[in-house]
Design a binder for this molecule. Structure first.
Ligand SMILES: N[C@H](CCC[C@H](N)C(=O)O)C(=O)O
Length: 259
């Protein structure tokens, strides 16, 4: 069987994108893991199915590279909005549903703006902040991000005694660069490696920096794969709404996979 697919990336977070509005895709963990594999498959951080959903322009179903359905993926959401736009499903504004609830997306030629779920609180510790921006994120601060042991410390935290038993977490490292400007690197659960960029992670980092530095959005974020912006409104103590993840999302290539 041949599986037609598209490849998208958003600041270097890359996804196999499949138009599954007919429901043809023979979904299984094994198949998805294989398609995402960088040696035996197409190669990506995750796979996204675009499906029909009543009352919305589409449904986004996101799987991590390990083939398991993941929690929300911010860059994947931005790429799904770009894909829906490329398919002609909407003109400038879309509404879609994902695992964490409804989202709105706005497309311009270069930039996709994605409305994230509201954030209902931040667990604050001396060494780190922890919050759910659609996916769980641990956020910590370093002086020199280039030297951060992202994979080593990331694995320790992800599988460690606090987060391991609750299903693990994504682990983010921030270096403050100046006012409203940070650099972020992320260890991603489900990929079990550092990725070039993580949208829900970048969002968590900006909200953490807001609480610690007293900044107001938008905040500019450098990742290994490019620059993102996050804007937000703090509703009340550590609760955020109107959270937007903003940046490029592009189609890279299309093809068909033999399975
Ligand atoms: N790359 C994604 C995050 C995926 C979350 C996933 N790693 C999980 O925790 O299930 C993003 O741009 O937000």
């Amino acid at each position: 069987m041949k599986i037609p697919f598209f490849k998208y990336q958003g600041t270097g977070n890359d996804f196999v994108m499949i138009d599954n509005r007919t429901g043809f895709f023979p979904s299984s963990q094994e198949l998805i893991e294989k398609l995402c594999h960088r040696r035996f498959g197409i190669g990506s951080d995750g796979l996204i199915l675009l499906e029909n959903a009543e009352g919305y322009d589409f449904r986004m179903v996101y799987f991590n590279a390990d083939g398991r359905e993941g929690s929300m993926c911010g860059n994947g959401g931005r790429c799904a909005v770009r894909f829906a736009h490329d398919l002609g499903l909407f003109d400038t504004t879309t509404s879609f549903i994902a695992v964490d609830g409804p989202h709105e997306g706005f497309a311009s030629e270069d930039i996709i703006r994605l409305k994230m779920s509201p954030v209902n609180g931040v667990e604050r510790h001396e060494e780190y902040d922890f919050m759910n921006t659609g996916s769980p994120h641990y956020v910590t601060y370093v002086d020199n991000i280039e030297e951060a042991a992202v994979v080593e410390i990331g694995k320790d935290v992800r599988y460690g005694p606090v987060f391991g038993p609750m299903g693990g977490t994504n682990v983010n490292f921030i270096q403050l660069l100046g006012e409203n400007h940070i650099s972020v690197r992320t260890y991603e659960r489900g990929v079990e490696d550092e990725t070039y960029s993580c949208g829900t992670g970048v969002t968590a980092c900006v909200l953490s920096a807001h609480l610690r530095e007293g900044w107001n959005g938008p905040v500019k974020v450098e990742t290994l794969g490019g620059t993102l912006q996050v804007d937000y409104t703090e509703k009340s103590d550590s609760k955020f709404d109107d959270v937007f993840l903003i940046g490029p999302a592009v189609r890279v290539f299309e093809g068909s996979a033999n399975i």
